[in-house]
Design a protein around this ligand. Structure first.
Ligand code: FMN
Length: 734
């Protein structure tokens, strides 16, 4: 059985035992922390008091007088032996007494009884739960031993990072408490055990002091307390001191001491120092418990619910790949709010199915991606849907799509079917938008008003983007056919006569002919660098007909072969906010592009560099051959040199010497990728074929499993959640 198999089990064991026993751990650790003050205080007080010398006869007389009034359970001389602290249930006895004058100087007893109560709590929680505490010691030891096997030490500022740092760095000392507790429970190293004498009749403390004073010097008596079997336990300082049990028959010395294990556990082996060490151990154990629990709880809460506007009756949710559905959903929410409806807006993937029942109505605007697929960000929602989870939830769907695809509005259809299967009730029939959705959206809003009686303020469909007139300025080939079988890919430079506003990752939509489906190209430049210059990376789509004649893709063929430089194009620039670089250029990014999927990233790098304060940026580029297919090689190498690119990793899948895919590169650099994800909170951008994007998702899951102490399923869910939340952003094509 390999460790990879055991590790997820070990992780579950570590997590669940800790969570279940966290309350017991906290109580035992806190009481332990208080008890560690006992050796500290007693060492300090014995130092400050110097040698205690007690007038034994006067002490005996005083205690005898007090015992005549009520029971005394413990005494301990104070103030150099001139006073004595008396512990008693009787309020007029308990307190500090001056021995010579037999008068009370303070009404409350010292701290001795507090420590004893805390000790009882530490051992049995004052509820007779000694067995639970003992079992918790074994469990604590087991999870602490398992801890270091779960992850290597890495410093990062997260809760789990602190958990690991405390766990690893303080392991030798934090082990002290549970190890010694377990040894004591097992009776190992507890020191020689002397059979305790029993008294035939209970002995009072004054009597015990008188009996012992016969045989020994009690001028340095430290404590006397009523003990098991009706006896009294005396503790005497000094060379001939020690612990003694007094019965009605005489005095028995307890030889052998408390044993090293007990001394270590209680921190009594070196007074102040060992007590302080115990305090550090307690605080470290508390830190481990709190950081571990808080980190789990935070994750649990994040997984459970999203902050949806409180008091809202209608939820407008969107499942969007390139932003259209998101924009329309925002406009819908705005229109409803304008009409006075209480409305919340959310990305479907960030909503738990159970949250839907909070709303009177759920309106969903859903796009389709790939070949009839649900948009990537909506996957966690679909995965979490089970029959009955949204029983009785009323919903209405607007699907966005394009008739020229084989599965028109396939994504929205899938979501609708799943919502019905999970118990949802369709409140209005589903509408479908073909191509530009503005008209269909407006009609849908009207239907909602008419059929469902919703109140809407005025609102118009958000502008789908800017219509632009562009001139083909320049193109140059990015692959090198002289190097062999490469994929023909070009840099296309288009120029506008007026200033435009666009960012890298936005989409340039071109229609190759009237009524033909638009092709979307990812923009690889930024208006923040040059507001008139749009740069694309376009691969030539080719095929052969039955007669063997080569044909070209309509749009790519035009851009690369058909149109001469200087040719004019009409196009639309659509914002794609979910695939733009972070607004803050210092925010770390990991860019992963394969083949022509590299298209947006020259723009990312350029825009961040132009900001004058580019943050860490890591680029993974994959293609077939290093020599012929390394697109934008010069630009990336220059960026790596001038610092606008922190790290560049390449994977050339068909190179004899290399032969790796991007996924393999990610896994090779997994430790560093993990650090970028967790410490730097890098946003990951993936652009390329859908198959590649899925592979990268898998690789990221594997990194979470390897370094994040999570089981494979949980890692997968986490990656999907990151996609839904926008920490991983995907622009994939088929
Ligand atoms: C790569 C890609 C694949 C698509 N696949 C389909 C499809 O299979 N069926 C369909 O009806 N529409 C398909 N569409 C069209 C989109 O669903 C439509 O453009 C929608 O308005 C996009 O909305 P969004 O920006 O919110 O993602 C596809 C669009 C793209 C870019």
């Amino acid at each position: 059985m390999s460790f990879a198999f055991i590790k997820p089990l070990l992780i579950s064991f570590h997590r669940w035992i800790s969570i279940v026993l966290a309350p017991v751990f906290v109580l035992v650790i806190l009481s332990g922390a208080i008890l560690s003050f006992r050796p500290i205080l007693s060492d300090l007080s014995s130092r400050s008091a110097g040698t205690v010398t007690v007038d034994v006869a006067a002490l005996g007389a005083l205690i005898g007088k007090l015992e005549a009034q009520g029971p005394v359970s413990a005494i301990s001389p104070a103030e150099g032996g001139t006073s004595v602290d008396v512990v008693s249930d009787a309020a007029d006895i308990a307190g500090r007494w001056d021995i010579a004058s037999a008068t009370r100087t303070r009404t409350a007893a010292g701290g001795g009884d507090v420590f004893r109560t805390v000790e009882m709590f530490h051992k049995s929680l004052l509820l007779g739960l000694g067995l639970v505490v003992e079992a918790a010691s074994f469990a604590m030891l087991a999870i602490m031993i398992a801890g270091p096997f779960l992850a290597w030490l890495r410093f990062r500022g997260t809760l789990i990072g602190w958990h690991m740092a405390i766990g690893w760095c303080l392991l030798p000392v934090t082990l002290l408490s549970p190890v010694t507790a377990v040894l004591m429970t097992l009776g190992v190293g507890a020191g020689a055990r002397v059979p305790l004498p029993r008294a035939e009749r209970p002995v009072a403390i004054s009597r015990a002091v008188a009996t012992a004073a016969h045989d020994m010097d009690l001028t340095q008596i430290a404590t006397a307390r009523r003990f098991r079997g009706g006896t009294v336990m005396l503790q005497v300082a000094g060379e001939k001191g020690g612990a003694f049990v007094v019965t009605d028959k005489g005095v028995t010395a307890l030889t052998g001491g408390p044993g090293l294990v007990k001394q270590i556990h209680e921190g009594t082996w070196a007074g102040v120092w060992s007590g302080s060490l115990n305090l550090v151990v307690s605080l470290a154990l508390l830190g481990l418990t709190v950081t571990g629990f808080a980190s789990w709880f935070g994750r649990w809460r994040r997984n459970r619910s999203v902050p949806l506007a409180a008091g809202a009756h209608i939820l407008v949710a969107h499942a969007s790949q390139t932003g259209t559905a998101a924009r329309l959903a925002a406009a819908t929410a705005e229109a409803l709010a304008g009409g006075g409806e209480k409305v919340a807006l959310a990305q479907l993937g960030t909503v738990k199915p159970a949250d839907l029942s909070r709303f009177r109505l759920v309106l969903l605007i859903a796009a389709t991606t790939g070949e009839g697929h649900v948009p990537d960000g909506a996957r966690p929602f679909v995965k979490a849907l089970r029959p009955g989870t949204i029983a009785g939830v009323r919903f209405a769907v607007l699907g966005l799509g394009d008739q020229s695809y084989a599965h028109f509005c396939g994504g929205a259809e899938t979501l609708r079917t799943q919502l019905l299967a999970a118990g949802g009730i369709e409140a209005a029939p589903m509408d479908r938008a073909d191509g530009n959705p503005a008209a269909a959206w407006a009609a849908w809003i009207e239907t909602l008003q008419a059929v469902l009686g919703l109140r809407c303020g005025t609102s118009s469909a958000p502008m789908g983007g800017q219509h632009v007139a562009l001139t083909l300025k320049e193109r140059h080939r990015l692959d090198d056919p002289a190097e062999g079988e490469t994929q023909e890919t070009w840099s296309i430079l288009l120029e506008s006569e007026e200033d435009l506003a666009f960012r890298p990752g936005d989409l340039l939509r071109l229609s190759p002919g009237d009524g033909e489906r638009e092709r979307a190209y990812s923009i690889g430049s930024s208006s923040r660098v040059d507001p008139r210059r749009i740069e694309l990376t376009v691969r030539l789509h080719t095929w052969r007909d039955e007669a063997g004649h080569e044909g070209f893709g309509r749009a790519s063929g035009q851009l690369i072969r058909g149109a001469p430089t200087g040719c004019h194009f009409h196009a639309r620039v659509d914002p794609h906010p979910t695939f733009n670089p972070p607004a803050d250029p210092t925010w770390p990014v990991i860019m992963i592009g394969a083949g022509s999927g590299i298209a947006p990233f020259p723009g990312f790098i350029g825009e961040r560099k132009a900001s004058g304060r580019p943050g860490p940026a890591w680029l993974f580029f994959g293609n077939r051959y290093r020599n012929g297919d390394f697109l934008w090689a010069e630009r990336f190498k220059a960026a790596a040199k001038d610092g606008s690119l922190t790290r560049l990793d390449t994977a050339f899948s068909r190179d004899a010497t290399d032969g790796k895919h991007i996924q393999a590169r990610l896994e090779e650099a997994s430790e560093e990728v993990w650090r970028w994800l967790m410490d730097k909170k890098a946003v990951v951008y993936i652009c390329g074929r859908r198959e590649m994007a899925r592979g990268v998702e898998e690789a990221l899951s594997a990194i979470l499993v390897a370094h994040g102490k999570v089981a494979p399923d949980a890692a997968h869910d986490e990656v999907e959640r990151w996609i839904a939340e926008g920490r991983i952003r995907i622009d994939a094509f088929d």
